[in-house]
Design a protein. Sequence first.
Lengths: 226, 405
Amino acid sequence: MNCWTKKAKNPFHFYTSVTLKELTGKKAKNLRELVEIVKEVPGSVIYYHTHVFLQRQHSFSPDPPNAFANWVSWTLGEYKLGEELSSIDICAFNTIRELREKIINVIENHLFESKEPLRYAPRGREFDFIKAHSFVVPTGFTAHNLKEFGMILEKVTIYSIYFHIFEARLRLEKGFNDFSFWLGTSAGAPEVAKDIAALDPYTFNVEALRRRILDIMRNWCNKGQA
Amino acid sequence: MGIADYESIVGKGIIYELGLISKKLKKKKIQCINSTKLGGGVAEILSRIIPLLNDLGIDATWDVIEADPDYFNVTKAFHNALHGKSEGITKSMFDKFLSTGKDILRSTKIYGDIVFVHDPQPIMLIENKKSANKWIWRCHVDVSKPYMEVWEFLKLFIEQYDISVFSNPSFARQLEIPQFLVTPSIDPFSEKNRELTREEIESVLEKYEIEKGKPIITQVSRFDYLKDPVGVIEAYRLVKKYVDCQLILAGNRAADDPESDTVLAEVMQEKGNDPDIHVLVIEPEKNDFDINGIQRASSVIIQKSIREGFAITVTEALWKAKPVVASAVGGIPQQIRHRHSGLLCHTVGGAALMIRELLNNPEYATRLGKNGKEHIRRNFLSTRHLRDYMLLFLYLYNPDDIIYL
């Protein structure tokens, strides 16, 4: 029996998550309105605008998944602030509440320091606040060892990978991604768990992330067998 | 086409997940209601979504209301009012809406666990709501700047529904009930979007006497000032200074728009005797094959609109892997990320420059087209629409932020 086929203590159940978008009816025309609404909306709204791009994007672009940054840069033309917002390291936060505080701080500091008059979005290009409802569904795929885990990881949709890497860690406030937890505590692969946990997932697109995780697993197993 | 046919387009995993979601709706009867089975975008969407729901094992049916032509004249006026036109709305129209609405209430049998009502025509059916069933009002109209008297009148009915659904974030209004976003989609197997053979494409070019081998710039849209067809000709002329090319303006007259003849006359005047400008007056809904062929034969697709709803013509062009230059208005920025999946323009000069860039850099144009197609595959095909509708149905019984099925 090699590292691929060694039975894990507990099986890994793959889930998937799909999002339904609720319109809040709240709109911001300028930075001051944006920050005031960011303060009052539910966490599901902050989550949506900092993660939706991950589900929507694909192979061609690992854009920062931050709709606030995009709007600030490309609609208001506040490129410096846009860059500051897009470079917020989401991995450094374990809760949406902390992430929200950071976004508020960045915008309020900019407003405090800026000597420019407030810029307004053109009519029809206001920032529309949207709330994410996540539907979490068991896929029926279960891995009992690394080999099965890798085979399933190759075939599940990006929504499943998205759920276990991003949603589980931040939205469900587990503080870690599901893959690393299982690999480290059940599958006997703590080095793989550590390497996956150390990835910078927000700079990958989900397809590239899938390939990277599979590479880490294969390299580890090859090393172990050598 | 059955749901399994879409596997070849969106992948096995997506279809498998649709199957997982649909299992949670097996015991629910979904009753969709609108005002017509033929013609118009709503009928087109329902005619492809209902069979797919059924194919997934969901008991979904489709009923239409019956009413006299005068009622539909009133609802047409209301439709225009929701788009912002205030002219011609009278008190008698509201009276007619209410009186016929009562007849519709009597003649329409409600049997669904979930009653899915589309647009204002059947909206009064909500008066038949019982505590056991759930009601959704689906608005396909741009209500971002409605004539308020009509909106406030309809709102009395809308707020009795459990939830409402809109096509664009900018259409959201202040309502007492939750509002959801479900963006439009295209069907990759429809006549307007299916793959065509080289022979089929060439037959369309021959039909409209369009030269093969010379780059083609195309805008598909009705003849409307808001689509800026004259601006498109100006952009073409700026391109033509450097690249020998042709322009196709393919559109319809829009029977309910008295301005379209004036716009068309201006377009013809601007065209003058340039043989490389082809102004094709066709009915896109009735000539899906021709529009498909024209789009596929084009080197660059332009959509230089001043205002837009979602701009489904952009979705169609992107799906055909065409490089697109389009104004950053309405739903277009949702579909195009500048310099990744197309080019966003703001002026005639900017549009012309971008078209030249694309014609002179075919590899770049190919890359944008490929990215654009991928974006549509992930986000704007019927399968995504189907998934959103199933999630809406499930939300009615699980109104939480995180829902474990």
